[in-house]
Design a protein around this ligand. Sequence first.
Ligand SMILES: NC(=O)c1ccc[n+]([C@@H]2O[C@H](COP(=O)([O-])OP(=O)(O)OC[C@H]3O[C@@H](n4cnc5c(N)ncnc54)[C@H](OP(=O)(O)O)[C@@H]3O)[C@@H](O)[C@H]2O)c1
Length: 339
Amino acid sequence: MSDRKFTVAVVGATGAVGTEMIRVLEKRKFPVGTLRAFATSNSAGTTVQFNGVPVTVEDVATTDFKGIDIALFAGGEIASGTYAPRARDAGAVVIDNSSTFRMDPEVPLVVPEVNPHDLKKHKGLIANPNCSTIQMVVALKPLHDKVGIDRVVVSTYQSVSGTGKAAMDELLEQAKAYVSDQKPSNKVYPHRILFNCLPQIGPFRDDGYSEEESKMILEPRKIMGDPNLKITATTVRVPVLVGHSEAVNVTTREKLSAKDARDLLRQAPGVEVVDEPGQSKYPMPIHAAGEDSVFVGRIREDVSQERGLEMWIVSDNLRKGAALNAVQIAEKLVEMQLV
Ligand SMILES: NC(=O)c1ccc[n+]([C@@H]2O[C@H](COP(=O)([O-])OP(=O)(O)OC[C@H]3O[C@@H](n4cnc5c(N)ncnc54)[C@H](OP(=O)(O)O)[C@@H]3O)[C@@H](O)[C@H]2O)c1
């Protein structure tokens, strides 16, 4: 890397992902010259800390984005749809966490361990994939490269932080109400999340799949460059604060033993294998939260088919599922001199 320092904007700097983005920029010592923090007018004037220095949050609606080199967007669909094109037109390279541009053929959808080469095609806007998609493709990529993947069946167990800060507060409030013998109320989700599982993430489409399920079906094809990859998904919200888990069943094109899959995954970038079931060692959200890796365990051959594998994949949805992946994209852009 050169000595160049960048003016970096975080849009949605007061939210769950935005807060984590600032922590990841600090931790990885990204060459930030100036950090600009943006949110809505509700948070404008408050401060966020960057390397121990307070940064005043600005109202994104009243900025012109001039002088910003890299804009990390984590302000939701409306913020991205409205302001990301403005930031790009003002000269910033935008890395967007929302789903607004992910399936746009003009916009690279990138996981640095899987398809960093797609960054070369960027026209000022890069999309960060869905959190559940990211952790799954990091683990699928080495298997796909080695033996080819024909079909994936995934069921997710997704934490409330995937919905944002308000949902984390709701789960904690419901827990407090429950232990105080009060009736827990719900605003963020259609039902109580405490001691419950909701088989709904996002609205349902006409084909019966939820929007989250549809993202998990479509996004891996674009990231892995394989439009023929067959995927079906059931996505479920569970009362976990941070860390998404996934039970993934894979049908491979050639036979791959569990041992060979384990060996491949041990060498894969971004992956940590935790697979000693006899010692009750397997990935869990309580261990993944606050960590960078995608943890894979319970790797076994599927007894119901010739060429099948079962895996359990866990990662911190705010880190690798969002903030870390976005900052890794920024690092790649710098390394590849694309910013
Ligand atoms: N949570 C995850 O695991 C995850 C993973 C991948 C992608 N994402 C995506 O990342 C984005 C942020 O998610 P989050 O979980 O961090 O949500 P969040 O905790 O609710 O935070 C939302 C942030 O965006 C700001 N904001 C809201 N509306 C805005 C607008 N119209 N213009 C500018 N800023 C606006 C909020 O500012 P105020 O404080 O002013 O309200 C706040 O800073 C979403 O697009 C989400 O889909 C989330």
